[in-house]
Design a protein around this ligand. Structure first.
Ligand code: TXA
Ligand code: MG
Length: 326
């Protein structure tokens, strides 16, 4: 880690210890962090994001010792998940200990914990020596930040940022509960099949409409750029649809794979997500594309669909939520 980053981490740690909030990189998306035990600091996160008070935060740790202060019980299933996927992009629901303030969990008796697989995040949390509650860094309802420049666009100089460049995964973590029926509450790059392979029991997916109760955050408007998004089904010809819109004098933003990017008509504004053969590349670029269009003078974003296979499930989850909020 270079000395600029080290000094940014030092500054961030001091802000946290003084009851402030800071943004830090993780492998999924950037997090807006505060000392989990400091209720006033946690309130600053909700205020900065304009986040509804009934949407709980994920708590980030940098060692398994930190887990013990936060939870009352680690079930055998959760132990297996920890061994298989931590550090990594999986948030796990646990029964919370009395030390976790209610404001963090929105009054629930459970808490979601994640151990990020990112050297700067781990270094920052271990230097704080305190678990860090952190949602994604965006005004509530907007796409998460996957680069420090996205945070400047959203919050200007109001939020101190550890500048960690691009998040390599680019989508928020998968969130799972194994309390009662094992259920994925939020899709991410760790898939239903990945988890099933470890737990050897059926894994359910929280349905969009009923997930309200299980995962409060999923009921809110999400991932929405300024312009409306039209998500084109796989079986339709996205290039000819874009041509039709241009004939009707729409200013088009095209959020597409490199295969379609090269076919775009000249008077559309394209964003190249990467190859259809590499969904990790598509997921890493998705939010950068949504951010890009917020700075463009367009009427509508025409977005390509991807196969709901592997990471494609999480990509399509985000795209369809972003498209359904207008
Ligand atoms: O990848 C990530 O998880 C990122 C980075 C920063 O780690 N964090 C993130 O946090 O996406 P946030 O706050 O934007 O999303 C947290 C999600 C929400 O959907 C929330 O409802 C759910 O986790 N959640 C948090 N605590 C919960 C709980 N006790 N039970 C069920 N769902 C919970
Ligand atoms: Mg979020």
């Amino acid at each position: 880690m270079n000395h600029i980053l080290k000094s940014q981490v030092r500054q961030a740690v001091s802000i946290i210890k003084n009851g402030g909030i800071i943004a830090f990189p993780t492998e999924t998306v950037y997090g807006l962090g505060a000392n989990v035990f400091d209720k006033k600091a946690i309130q600053k996160i909700f205020d900065a994001k304009n986040r509804p008070a009934d949407n709980p935060l994920i708590v980030h740790i940098s060692s398994l010792e930190m887990l013990n202060q936060l939870v009352t019980y680690i079930s055998p299933k959760n132990k297996k998940l920890i061994d298989a996927f931590w550090p990594g992009p999986l948030g796990i629901v646990f029964p919370k200990s009395e030390f976790v303030p209610d404001i963090v969990t929105a009054g629930l008796d459970t808490v979601v914990i994640r151990f990020p697989d990112h050297p700067i995040a781990q270094y920052f949390i271990s230097e704080c020596n305190i678990p860090i509650a952190a949602p994604s860094v965006n005004p509530s309802g907007k796409p998460s930040s996957t680069h420090h420049n996205h945070i400047i666009d959203y919050f200007g100089k109001n939020v101190f940022v550890i500048e960690g460049d691009f998040s390599t995964i680019g989508l928020e973590s998968s969130v799972i509960t194994t309390i009662n029926k094992p259920t994925i509450l939020r899709q991410g790059t760790i898939s239903q099949a990945d988890i099933q392979n470890i737990l050897k029991v059926p894994i359910y997916i929280a349905e969009k409409n009923t997930s309200t109760v299980q995962s409060p955050g999923m009921k809110y408007k999400h991932y929405a750029p300024n312009a409306p998004i039209k998500l084109i089904p796989l079986e339709e010809n996205i290039i000819s649809i874009i041509q039709d819109y241009i004939k009707d004098e729409y200013r088009i933003g095209a959020l597409v794979s490199s295969e379609n990017y090269t076919q775009l008509p000249p008077n559309s504004i394209g964003f190249n997500l990467g190859s259809q053969n590499d969904y990790a590349e598509i997921s890493a670029h998705l939010y950068d594309g949504l951010h890009f269009f917020d700075s463009q003078n367009i009427d509508i974003i025409i977005a390509e669909s991807f196969q709901p296979i592997g990471i494609g499930v999480a990509i399509m989850d985000r795209l369809s939520r972003a498209a359904s909020t207008h």
